[in-house]
Write a protein that binds this ligand. Sequence first.
Ligand SMILES: [Zn+2]
Length: 363
Amino acid sequence: MDIFDGHIHINSDTPMEESVKGFEYRFKANGYKKYAFLSLPQNSDGDGIFSKIETVNKTSNVKALFYKLYFSPNAYAYAGLEHDLSMSDEERADNLLRQAKLYMSVGFDGIKMLEGKPSNRYAVKTPYNSKVFFKFYKFMEENGYPITMHNADPASFWDKSKMSPETIEHGWYADDTLPTKQQMHDEVEDVLSHFPRLKLSMAHCGFMGDEPKRAEKFVTYENTFFDVTPGPEQFYFMYNNQKFWQKMFDKYPDKFRFGSDTYNDPLDKCKAHPEYIGAKICLDFFARNTTTEFGGNVWRSMTQSEEFLKKLLYENSAKLLGEPKEINKDFILEKASLCKSIYADIPSVIKDMEFIESFTKSH
Ligand SMILES: [Zn+2]
């Protein structure tokens, strides 16, 4: 069955020249026909030089667009917004709108938002339903451009005693300076009440696996989608509320999109694990008849019909994204050169940008 992977990350420290080989290997090994690369200028779990959530990584967008170029014509790219908190709210609103207009004019196919993940919320400090985002949403809605949004996290991330040491280490604990998970859901519902036609995919099922009422409301909007990228615990919740979720799959087969959460890993890691864990958990749940154990939870597959799987794995994303937007190579070259001057003292960035420049000039 053809697969369209709508959720691929590019922010690990693997050099780009090797990253493309790793992706090439994985796409082939897993039969992925199309792929969307997501940029995270403010990354929550990167390592190395951009590990601090407060640091805006100016290389992220140009890298995402470059991966799209490299894997054209089968690839898509989502840009991420770069926040400047020294601006006033009005200036920020105009700045985000300006960014979105630029990104969507140079070949990006959508915008990825991570601002509502607790770790990022600490840094960006801006609720999704803040007026700061309204001009941006209006532009995206009017033009029918897609957004993939990460909002909140599993409920357990608000309770340190229920978290693993690794997730705490990542900075994913949501302390009481942040809104509750329920308030975060309310914020996104508020966004949709203002922009009901927004093409909005919620990553990790919007962490609504255990929120049937919210899931049922979310799905009634015209252009909303569940991006089923694990969140493994979401499948555990679905398994434990099978009657409800089977009804959702049956009634709304056009609303679910596949994603793997794959990162740009070194080639030897890709060879050792061709199927990324996120893809495995997802495919095990929907397409295979098996038992999964993850994070202390155990669940069985909810195997779906071939018709549903075709939509989940390929057609819904293909329909949402259509033909990839045309790439402006001058933008890539301009940004690569800018990054070389901003990060002149970081050899790995210089090497990546030189790789981008030489490939872009010769293709
Ligand atoms: Zn992700």
